[in-house]
Design a protein around this ligand. Structure first.
Ligand code: CA
Length: 265
């Protein structure tokens, strides 16, 4: 249910004429709204940084409809201020902003935070996408986009990033292989395995789903979280590397036309 505060914000917004972008100006209180009063631990808060009024409003509406708390600001400087002020779970960040652009915002966010970032841009150019990803963005949605698709991406990124840390210091064990996410350590018969970051994440994904068929797409989403232009060959390459490093300690079966399965010993 929407609270009086959120209703109030919405009414004020609906009657507001579209204001011009004002870089450096504090966000209007009407642009900040929440669902259900105080934000509970189970409600993810999404920070939207988007100068275009109609897009910002639409994105906020769809996110709130899906149960997220949304904070919307219209320039990068305000976005950085809001990030300090709220426990933000994910940022939807437009590239083309007045003042500092989305790339610079992403760069500054990454200097101090690992909060997931999804970038929005009107320019569907590979160079922009690569720049965003190199700066540490988690996903990229070119405009025009469907709000439903964006919400689906938000969910996918949150699922992936929130599932990363284990709630306890429990180790994942399968045969002679043991992996501890909290310590970023993996070993075979007590001897440390020298894995790259992605090989480690891939092994963790296999261990968590031992005995289950995993499609290449699922692995790509869980470990990389992105649809690479190169397709799922990245997964195949990393599985091959992981197999070599495991040296037969575990069996990762290839399921023709599907993906892979870690065979339970
Ligand atoms: Ca823009």
């Amino acid at each position: 249910m929407v609270t009086a505060t959120a209703d109030h914000g919405r009414v004020r917004l609906d009657t507001m004429p579209e204001p011009a972008a004002r870089p450096g100006v504090r966000p209007d209180r009407a642009l900040v709204s929440r669902i259900g009063g105080a934000v509970s631990r189970t409600t993810a808060t999404i920070l939207i940084v988007e100068d275009e009024f109609n897009i910002g409003k639409l994105v906020r509406t769809y996110l709130e409809r899906d149960g997220y708390a949304a904070v919307w600001v219209r320039n990068g400087e305000d976005g950085l201020v809001e990030l300090d002020r709220h426990p933000v779970d994910l940022i939807v960040l437009d590239v083309g902003l007045p003042g500092i652009d989305g790339f610079e915002v992403c760069r500054r966010v990454r200097a101090s935070s690992s909060v997931p970032v999804i970038m929005l841009t009107a320019r569907d150019e590979e160079t922009d996408r690569v720049v965003g990803l190199e700066l540490g963005a988690d996903d990229y949605v070119p405009k025009p986009f469907s709000p439903r698709e964006l919400v689906a991406r938000v969910k996918a990124v949150l699922r992936r990033t929130q599932s990363r840390p284990l709630p306890s210091a429990e180790a994942l064990v399968c045969g002679p292989v043991e992996l501890r996410r909290d310590a970023r350590e993996a070993s075979r018969a007590g001897v440390a395995l020298d894995l790259t970051m992605k090989e480690f994440d891939l092994l963790a994904c296999f261990l968590e789903n031992a005995g289950l068929a995993l499609t290449r797409e699922r692995l790509l989403e869980q470990v990389w979280g992105l649809e690479f232009p190169g397709g799922t060959r990245t997964v195949d390459q990393h599985v091959a590397q992981l197999r070599a490093k495991l040296g037969g300690a575990l069996t990762i079966e290839t399921l023709r036309g599907i993906g892979y399965k870690l065979v339970k010993p």
